[in-house]
Design a protein around this ligand. Structure first.
Ligand SMILES: Cc1cc2nc3c(=O)[nH]c(=O)nc-3n(C[C@H](O)[C@H](O)[C@H](O)COP(=O)(O)OP(=O)(O)OC[C@H]3O[C@@H](n4cnc5c(N)ncnc54)[C@H](O)[C@@H]3O)c2cc1C
Length: 454
């Protein structure tokens, strides 16, 4: 039987694990710890609030690390920016001070809100045939429902070997063929080489290109065209009488989330409205909007970012991170083009806010770059190997045998929608293609041409 190693256990890696288990021995390696039983569940499923908090703490990278990426989530970095509980800052770059990741079994998928809007119009990847069928399959796998938000776990498959607290430090290569991985047991520090017929790297949009760079796989597009969603966000205090709440009101904010979708021209944004029964930010007790009996709504308008080669993640071999991998740096700028869309988003948001109530003081505001947690484009997919993409439409790195990538980094478009559904759909497509190659034993790339050291 063939062996496939998957690096990273978030939704993208878990999709490959689930779909390849029939045709290959599947080993998932994950730098972070197991949080739940079964592994990979969304921690929102944990009934005990203390257990939820402990699981989020455990996802925040090496405890107390003072390295480049291991800044604990509660700590203040660069004066003001903190990571969302369950995530930790990465890169420490002034251009994207809020860049953050989760390091745990399930990845960010152990913490996500589970909003799975479909890409529409110009958000869609136009060179993929039949992508709707993949999106349908992704919705089924994620249990997407319009009645409630789905909470998933996809790693509880007995046929899949999960190795938590195991860091992949390098991909093994024989020329242009990837032949396995170098793994470090983070409990003991012991390193080993593991051979594989194919390796899937699903280590998020910042650490996937880091691992390729560390392995000497450096195509010209690697790390470039980084996008995220500039986010205009604010909380409003709800006016009496506009939101009929069930008796006692919803206790869990995610039971009351609404998405307003993207429409080219008219509304080129994704908006997410989430109810909170309690005031989500500290206000003086005597403030007129403190303790509002009708609750609060968080209103986020996510704007698209057009890909530009100069928005990029780079890797500093001379300043490694706490794991000894090349240090992550980010160069990124919101241009006048996105600024104009933020101005338009502000108008829509103000109209919506006026229907429901009144903004809390100082809101809304454009959040620091990186706050969306939706990083895309760094290992983008392309129709042809023209130097502007890293992967082909089957998620293989152009010209490299045995190496498949997964996750939001593959998304090439200026999309505004939450990216996970698209990434899972791309993973389904990639897993289907890889299954075919494993079955026929023809893992090799048809034309091996790329200069890996561009
Ligand atoms: C609070 C929160 C809310 C969110 N809400 C939404 C939402 O509503 N809708 C939406 O679409 N998205 C949402 N997201 C984003 C969503 O969770 C991500 O899009 C998704 O998890 C990405 O999946 P992934 O598998 O590509 O990467 P990840 O889930 O980030 O997983 C990558 C994994 O790789 C591991 N890894 C990295 N490097 C290595 C290495 N060298 N060796 C071993 N392991 C490694 C990491 O530890 C990590 O666990 C949210 C995220 C958060 C934190």
């Amino acid at each position: 039987m063939s062996r496939v190693v998957i690096v990273g256990s978030g939704p993208a890696g878990a999709t490959y694990a689930r779909l390849l288990a029939d045709v290959a021995e599947v080993i998932v390696v994950e730098a972070g710890p197991v949080l739940t039983d079964p592994p990979g569940m969304n921690v929102k499923n944990l009934a005990d609030p203390a257990a939820q908090a402990a699981a989020r703490d455990a996802s925040q990278g090496p405890a107390g690390a003072s390295g480049i990426s291991g800044i604990p989530g509660h700590a203040v970095a660069e004066g003001t920016v903190t990571a969302r509980h369950g995530t930790h800052l990465i890169g420490r770059s002034a251009d994207m001070p809020a860049a953050a990741v989760a390091t745990c079994v399930g990845g960010q998928g152990a913490h996500w809100t589970c909003a799975t809007p479909r890409p529409t119009g110009s958000e869609r990847i136009d060179f993929l045939d039949d992508f709707d069928a993949d999106l349908d399959a992704a919705e089924a796998l994620l249990h997407t429902t319009t009645a409630a938000l789905s909470l998933i776990h996809m790693l509880g498959d007995a046929r899949v070997t999960l190795r938590a607290r195991t860091l992949c430090t390098r991909l093994l290569r024989d020329g242009n063929r990837v032949t396995g991985v170098v793994l470090r047991d983070l409990a003991t520090g012991a390193e080993e080489e593991l051979r594989a017929d194919a390796v899937v790297v699903a280590a998020d949009a910042l650490r996937t290109p880091q691992l390729l760079w560390a392995s000497g796989i450096r195509p010209a597009a690697l790390g470039r065209r980084l996008t995220e969603h500039p986010l205009l966000f604010g909380f409003i205090a709800v006016r009496a009488g506009v939101l009929p709440l069930p008796e006692g009101g919803p206790r869990d904010p995610i039971t009351a989330a609404v998405n307003l979708g993207f429409a080219d021209g008219e509304h080129p944004f994704h908006a997410q409205l989430m109810f909170s029964p309690v005031c989500p930010v500290p206000l003086p007790a005597d403030h007129p909007l403190a303790g509002n009996a009708h609750g609060y709504i968080g209103m986020g308008w996510g704007v698209r970012k057009w890909p530009r080669p100069e928005d990029r993640v780079t890797f500093d071999d001379d300043a490694p991170d706490e794991n000894g991998l090349p240090g992550i740096r980010i160069a990124y700028r919101v241009t006048d083009r996105e600024q104009a869309e933020l101005d338009r988003a502000r108008e829509f948001q103000a109209r919506a806010a006026a229907l429901f109530g009144e903004f809390l003081p100082g809101m809304p505001a454009v959040l620091p770059a990186g706050s969306s947690l939706h990083y895309m484009g760094t290992v983008r997919m392309g129709a042809t190997d023209d130097g502007t993409s890293v992967c082909d439409p089957e998620s293989r790195v152009w010209g490299v045998d045995g190496l498949v990538l997964a996750g939001n980094g593959l998304i090439p478009t200026a999309n505004a929608c939450n990216p996970t559904l698209t990434s899972v759909a791309l993973a389904i497509r990639g897993a289907r293609a890889l299954t075919g190659r494993l079955r026929t034993g023809r893992i090799g790339y048809p034309e091996v041409s790329a200069d890996l050291q561009n």
